[in-house]
Design a protein around this ligand. Structure first.
Ligand code: BGC
Length: 770
């Protein structure tokens, strides 16, 4: 755990340079705009430890996999999110001496990320080995108003000398992924050009043939006066640069504005890339840094208007929640159904592929609550568009009749994960995808999603479950053998409660969906029956049989469902008795020891209880929580949010707060010692849930928003917002009352602490705290 980030309501601040934590700061201060992301690397040369990273949405490379024993059904490749062309580079030298913070004496240093506007700022005073001192101030952002533009304003002031300062703004495509399996370079050069102050490098990915053209255009000023620059072009393979020098007197400041265009074949035809790059650069440079930034501020203000959560009285918690919301908004804007939300977003390389069950389980609630409906629908369509590949994936494993197994991780619908215990066995992901459809329809009321899209996916998922279970003569029940639940610290178990529960629930929900489509859209249904070769009677009778006769391991003494068969054979020593030096166990213990231990990586049985809490009464939830939580090490970033919500719902407010802080500040405080690799973007959706569903107690019941809010001790007040169908609502909770503001033009009914209220358009409601 680290504690060097300064607490602030709106900014992530590093005060003083921490070279040992540089990779962590680079992750934390990453900027992004849904299309591109950039770690907080320095513009100028840095020879110290750094993970250079620029990433372009949807552009990937099928890296060859590394496995010991190849198993049939494994994917052929592991999709890597590519480190893409460096667009931020500006080398600086003073009278021939290169600026490199690893070699200079740093007299002062700070960098911060303003979450209000996505602006990364860095200021430092450096003394070069000759004794010359310069003050540098850099600002940059990736525009969310014009998503193919990045802008940098970089100024250098001569503090104690007069002489020549040279600059070399450049674009460098000669980049590699640190996590490349065979040290391969993934890019080949297509075209490049440098002409005065502007130029571009166009590269193509090997195998996948994506092209990305990255252009730059810059201007420079001396003490606010635009300079006419005499530039010298520099070209190397995949590299263009344009150097120039400025004579300065002590106290003078040279300021460069560098605009970048990042143009990919996801949005432009190959033969139009250069033209689009030049047009975009012209647009950026005509507007200039200030206007681009004004647009940026406006666009971010709009995002915050619907998604901000504010807390009075706890800066650490405030910074945490804003950081989570900010990073989610930087990663996914929801305007393109081919994109999704990767566990690291655009902040690092780890985790090939992009899409895990995390999207449906942890991120969808956030997009539902804070964005226009289309954003969440696009997340669902992403899966719909991958359905045929999920069916193929299941066929490869021996399933038939249009059964689908969605990949554990994917970028284009194909499986990219190949550890057998996860790829083949962590199949609860199929349940999460069904749950995503249910959650979307339940929240938005968009039942019409079912007939054209949802039902087809649900049918394929149910066909999978109905083949994946088998009848046990011994138990006289259906069983689910050889699975891995969300708790990846147990593999190849039988009858994992969560997986079996999701299977049964999916079958039930598919039956409901079938009835709805058949009744409401008979013609469409007839078409679907033909297209999907549905034998309604035969298939649904088996589903019903499974629903009625599924086996769930249960302990009659403790009156709890067991995570899987045999769980009670373990030595049930609580986590609190583990030695601190044994934690995190995934970094300290052998896998063999972990597998035999009772320790749970993340919510497993509790995940089902969270999703289906109406099926578990209060006492039962308490019993399950009290049995499983003490055995849980929360070593997945996805763990604490679910525990925070459950703790809140059973009245354990202190525990809820502890778990909330852990999820909200997971990266800021580097709880799991891995922020250096990138941020835990998908768990940030969980943080939002922990707040709104935990502290706010928000649930949706029979189409009505319900709340059971409480305020953690030490906080004066908090406020959150929700988009719900046509309504836009703001909720403010303080020590004495809960207020709801209806900012929209529609009336809305809601329930607070079990009491029903009607709230007219543009009106507010005040409820005294109980
Ligand atoms: C978790 C999975 C999750 C994945 C990506 C793993 O550590 O156990 O549940 O899908 O990370 O976030």
């Amino acid at each position: 755990m680290k504690n060097y980030i300064i607490h602030d309501d709106w900014k992530i601040i590093e005060q003083g340079f921490h070279p040992d934590e540089n990779r962590i700061s680079e992750s934390l201060l990453s900027i992004g705009n849904g299309r591109t992301g950039q770690r907080a690397n320095f513009e100028e040369k840095y020879s110290g430890d750094t993970l250079r990273g620029s990433y372009v949405a949807g552009v990937y490379y099928p890296d060859k996999t590394r496995v010991g024993w190849w198993k049939n059904g494994y994917p052929e490749y592991f999709a890597k999110i590519l480190n893409a062309t460096n667009w931020i580079g500006i080398d600086v030298s003073v009278e021939g001496e290169e600026l490199d913070l690893n070699k200079a004496k740093i007299l002062s240093f700070s960098r911060d990320l303003d979450m209000k506007s996505g602006l990364l700022t860095r200021r430092f005073v450096a003394q070069l080995p000759s004794g010359k001192q310069i003050e540098v101030h850099s600002r940059r952002f990736l525009s969310i108003a014009d998503q193919e533009i990045g802008a940098i304003r970089y100024s250098v002031k001569a503090l104690n000398f007069s002489g020549e300062i040279s600059f070399l703004p450049y674009i460098d495509g000669d980049v590699v992924n640190e996590d490349s399996n065979y040290d391969e370079n993934f890019w080949i050069s297509i075209a490049q050009k440098i002409d005065g102050c502007s130029g571009f490098v166009c590269l193509e990915t090997k195998k996948t043939a994506f092209q990305v053209s990255t252009g730059m255009k810059f201007k420079a000023k001396l003490n606010q006066e635009l300079l006419v620059l005499k530039t010298k072009a520099i070209q190397k393979e995949k590299y263009i640069g344009s150097s120039f020098s400025v004579q300065v007197k002590q106290g003078d400041e040279v300021c460069i504005e560098k605009y970048a265009a990042i143009i990919s074949t996801l949005y432009h035809a190959k033969n139009k890339l250069q033209e689009a790059t030049e047009k975009t650069l012209k647009r950026a440079s005509d507007k200039g840094f200030d206007q681009l930034y004004a647009d940026q501020e406006k666009s971010w203000a709009k995002r915050w208007e619907t998604s901000d959560i504010s807390i009075e009285g706890d800066v650490a918690a405030q910074q945490g929640i804003r950081f989570n919301i900010f990073q989610l908004n930087q990663t996914y804007l929801g305007d393109d159904e081919r994109l999704n939300i990767g566990p690291k977003g655009f902040t690092g390389e780890k985790y090939g592929g992009v899409t895990y069950w995390d999207t449906e389980a942890y991120c969808l609630p956030f997009t539902l609550g804070t964005s226009p409906q289309m954003v969440s629908k696009n997340l669902l369509l992403y899966r719909y568009n991958h359905l045929q590949k999920a069916i193929k994936n299941a066929e490869n494993l021996g399933f038939t009749n249009g059964a689908a197994l969605y990949p554990m991780v994917t970028i284009n619908g194909e499986e990219c994960h190949n550890e057998w215990e996860i790829t083949f066995e962590e199949i609860h992901r199929n349940g999460a995808i069904a749950y995503g459809i249910y959650n979307y329809i339940n929240y938005t009321g968009d039942q019409e999603y079912l007939a054209p899209y949802g039902f087809e996916v649900l049918l394929a998922l149910s066909r999978f479950w109905s083949q994946r279970v088998n009848w046990s003569d011994e138990k006289k029940k259906f069983v689910m053998l050889g699975v891995t639940g969300p708790n990846e610290y147990e593999n190849n178990v039988n009858n994992n409660f969560h997986t079996s529960y999701m299977a049964v629930w999916t079958l039930k929900y598919t039956l409901e969906a079938l009835d709805y489509v058949k009744k409401e859209h008979p013609l469409l249904f007839e078409g679907l029956v033909k297209k999907l070769k549905l034998n309604e009677l035969k298939e649904t009778s088996r589903w019903k049989k499974i629903i009625n006769e599924m086996y769930f391991p249960y302990d009659k003494t403790r009156k709890i469902y067991l995570q899987q068969d045999g769980f009670l054979d373990k030595e049930l020593i609580p986590v609190s008795e583990l030695k601190p030096e044994d934690r995190p166990i995934n970094q300290k213990w052998s896998w063999d020891r972990i597998l035999r231990s009772p320790y749970i990586k993340q919510a497993d049985t509790l995940q089902s209880i969270f999703w289906f809490e109406e099926n578990f009464d209060h006492e039962s939830t308490v019993r399950h929580f009290d049995f499983y939580e003490p055995l849980t090490v929360h070593e997945s970033s996805l763990s604490s949010c679910i525990h925070a919500i459950l703790a809140a719902s059973i009245g354990r407010q202190e525990k809820a707060y502890e778990m909330y802080l852990r999820t909200a500040r997971l990266d800021l405080d580097d709880y799991n010692n891995d922020t250096c690799d990138g941020l835990h973007i998908t768990s940030m959706g969980g943080t939002w849930m922990a707040f709104v569903q935990g502290f706010g107690g928000m649930r949706l019941k029979n189409g009505l928003l319900n709340f059971k809010p409480f305020i953690p001790e030490g906080w004066n007040s908090y406020a959150f917002r929700l988009n719900f169908r046509e309504a836009h609502l703001e909720f403010r909770m303080d020590k004495t009352q809960f207020r709801v503001f209806n900012h929209s033009n529609v009336n809305i009914d809601l329930v607070v602490h079990g009491q029903s209220y009607s709230l007219s358009a543009k009106k507010e409601l005040t409820i005294k705290n109980i």
